[in-house]
Design a protein around this ligand. Structure first.
Ligand SMILES: Cc1cc2nc3c(=O)[nH]c(=O)nc-3n(C[C@H](O)[C@H](O)[C@H](O)COP(=O)(O)O)c2cc1C
Length: 261
């Protein structure tokens, strides 16, 4: 259709990288494009940490649910939702005195501010993904960065009003990957895009939604590890898995710290 749409339609997560480092000019182009991402109120409520230290990458490969490809990725970017920068600036600008003088109620960053900062950080991350893809550089999100908060807090000196919301691994796709252009499936648009209001899906809708997916997601079998359908299998492998339990514990710890509880 056009090169931008083509880039988006052909992107896939890349977890196996050529060893060669990324060109500095490519990294700079990706960062510059990322910093042009839309941002709430033009506040840029995020921070990007380039993880270049080999030992830190090895630690992340372990703390992010044991994913060795993180340590092998030529370029790793950690995206923080960040209200610390503005909070510190407000303090530096005597906002407390300003509030007292003008009758404003002083407050600290709260849940809504965190959500907005998460939006900013993820939108910046996805901008980096598409910029990289347009340069022939593959990427993969690491959602497991939300786990093991205490370890990541000390690894990166994370202050109170920062939240490690996602991480990206980048690298030139390994040439020998056989399924280099295999795209994963998606639900049909009618199950995802509604008009003028939410539509709860019925049992019939679910049957239809997963009809073509049984082979891909359930390997065409009638049972995997005691699971009799895609829902049970997905519950076991994703929602009910140890990494999900840890992620929720860790996010609660981040929230507690953020709220000063
Ligand atoms: C928020 C988020 C977190 C993800 N976390 C991981 C991860 O920790 N490890 C991984 O290998 N892939 C991760 N992925 C990649 C997804 O598995 C991948 O996007 C999905 O399977 C669809 O495949 P595709 O990106 O090739 O289209 C993540 C993707 C997103 C958006």
């Amino acid at each position: 259709m056009n090169p931008t749409i083509d880039t988006i339609m052909n992107r896939r997560s890349v977890r196996s990288y050529d060893k060669r480092p990324l060109e500095e000019t490519d990294k700079e182009a990706i960062i510059n494009a990322t910093l042009r991402a839309p941002t709430a109120g033009n506040l840029m409520l995020y921070t990007i940490i380039e993880v270049n230290d080999t030992e830190k990458k090895k630690t992340l490969a372990r703390t992010c649910d044991n994913q060795p490809f993180i340590a092998a990725a030529p370029w790793v970017l950690l995206f923080l939702a960040d209200y610390q920068r503005w909070h510190d600036y407000f303090l530096a600008c005597d906002v407390e005195k300003f509030c007292a003088r003008t009758g404003l109620t002083p407050r600290l960053p709260a849940e809504g501010d965190l959500m907005l900062a998460c939006c900013d950080a993820v939108i910046a991350a996805q901008t980096a993904v598409i910029a990289a893809e347009s340069l022939g550089i593959g990427s993969c999100y690491i959602g497991d960065i939300m786990e093991n908060y205490e370890a990541h807090q000390s690894l990166f000196d994370l202050p109170r009003y920062t939240f490690p919301i996602c991480m990206l691994c980048f690298g030139y796709p390994e040439a020998k990957t056989g399924n280099a252009h295999k795209l994963t499936s998606r639900f049909e648009r009618k199950f995802v895009v509604f008009e003028d209001g939410y539509k709860r899906l019925t049992a019939g809708d679910f049957d239809e939604m997963f009809k073509g997916e049984t082979t891909a997601r359930f390997k065409g079998r009638t049972e995997i590890e005691g699971a009799e359908n895609i829902g049970q299998h997905t519950y076991r492998r994703k929602f009910g898995a140890d990494f999900s339990i840890e992620m929720n514990r860790s996010v609660q710890a981040i929230m507690k710290n953020w709220k000063g509880a």
